[in-house]
Design a protein around this ligand. Structure first.
Ligand SMILES: [Zn+2]
Length: 379
């Protein structure tokens, strides 16, 4: 049960599967049902999952023995016979450590409960650290958070910038000077805990799915120092052949040139949309109309870049994460207008575009969602 996030298993188990694969799947199905619905009787769980009463009794006994679920009392109802005993996930059995490495100047982390609520926070200034110094800072931050947890830790989740493979190796994170850093291995060895390291935008998309009410077919655009994105299709993250799915920041938008990018090309999406670029363009704007025009142009470029993706994948929702003062307003409305103008209304007319409601905590909460998925199969 430790590799749910890395085996491509659907995040939300909802149906029965073949007997030979059934046990682990059914366990996750019971946990997922209790996680989302709360207090239920064995009969309720059987009805919700479509599994037999015998199977449920068996799995419940096993999960109680492992202290993952608990009996929380009896249902008070007027029906004749013995009142049903209610069960729930033991929400006080564990806490989770979630860490966000995506910000330019600060590494941030939190201790969270199993419902993804933040209990304690910690942060360390990056102060330009790269390479081994940056790795050492991650260990220091993790140590502080592990010490703050008041309950056994279910696992440690980390959202990192850059390209991260399914074993939690950061293949490339130029801003942190990391190449082939086995961050998951380093943390697992140091703390003897289950660890999941994934790309920051992928973590953010999982947070939206688990805690933000996002659709199962969605794309999350993360705007900050750079521009990243992540895709969930049918509730399952899309990683791509080289783990770089969603890396649209260095896709050139348009054929009209544009500013030079750090990657050497001109007119990459990042040159229109990354926070430092937008702030610089806004600083040069002479009046409010010019400011609005800068934001509309950035929104149009984002819409141009997203339209083929939305069209090809028939997405239901695009979620923006980043500075609200820049993204929410002329920029977002220009993006949705551009998307609507460039896709087929009958299939994409009901596409929604919105800001995340999870604010700055999105990556930390996503890191917690990765741990829940990997360890318990719930989301
Ligand atoms: Zn570029």
């Amino acid at each position: 049960m430790t590799t749910g996030f890395t085996t491509g298993r659907a995040l939300r188990p909802t149906t029965k599967v073949l007997p030979e694969h059934a046990r682990g799947h059914n366990r996750a199905l019971v946990l997922q049902t209790l996680y989302r619905t709360g207090q239920l009787s064995r009969a309720d769980i059987a009805r919700e999952t479509g599994l037999t009463r015998v199977t449920i009794s068996d799995l419940v006994a096993e999960l109680i023995a492992e202290s993952l679920i608990i009996e929380v009392g009896q249902r008070e109802d007027a029906r004749p016979g013995k009142p049903a005993t209610l069960l729930d996930l033991d929400r006080n059995a564990f806490q989770i450590v979630g860490i966000d490495l995506s910000e330019y100047a600060t590494f941030r982390g939190a201790v969270l409960d199993l419902d993804g609520q933040i209990l304690h926070r910690a942060e360390l200034p990056l102060a330009g650290a790269t390479g081994a110094d940056a790795s050492a800072l991650v260990l220091t931050l993790a140590e502080q958070l592990v010490a703050q947890a008041a309950l056994p830790i279910l696992g440690l989740g980390v959202g990192s910038p850059g390209i991260v493979d399914l074993a939690g190796v950061v293949l490339s994170a130029p801003n942190l000077g990391w190449a082939n850093v086995d961050l998951q291995g380093i943390l697992a060895e140091r703390f003897a805990l289950p660890v999941v390291v994934a790309n920051d935008a992928n973590a953010a998309a999982l947070a939206e799915h688990s805690f933000g009410g996002a659709d199962s077919d969605m794309m999350l655009i993360k705007v900050g120092h750079g521009v990243g994105a992540a895709l969930l299709l049918d509730g399952t993250p899309l990683y791509g052949s080289r783990f770089a799915a969603g890396e649209i920041g260095h896709v050139v938008v348009g054929t009209d040139g544009g500013a030079e990018c750090v990657c050497g090309k001109h007119g990459c999406l990042e040159t229109w949309l990354a926070t430092p670029r937008l702030n610089a363009a806004l600083a040069d704007a002479v009046d409010e109309d010019a400011r609005t025009q800068v934001l509309r142009e950035a929104g149009q470029r984002l819409g141009i870049a997203l339209a083929p993706v939305v069209g090809a994948l028939n997405l239901a929702e695009v979620v923006l994460s980043g500075p609200t003062d820049l993204l929410d307003g002329p920029l977002a409305s220009a993006t949705i207008d551009t998307l609507r103008n460039r896709t087929m209304a009958e299939f994409h007319g009901d596409l929604t575009l919105r800001m995340t409601a999870l604010g700055e905590d999105i990556v930390m909460r996503g890191a917690a969602a990765m741990v829940l998925s990997a360890q318990l199969g719930v989301s």
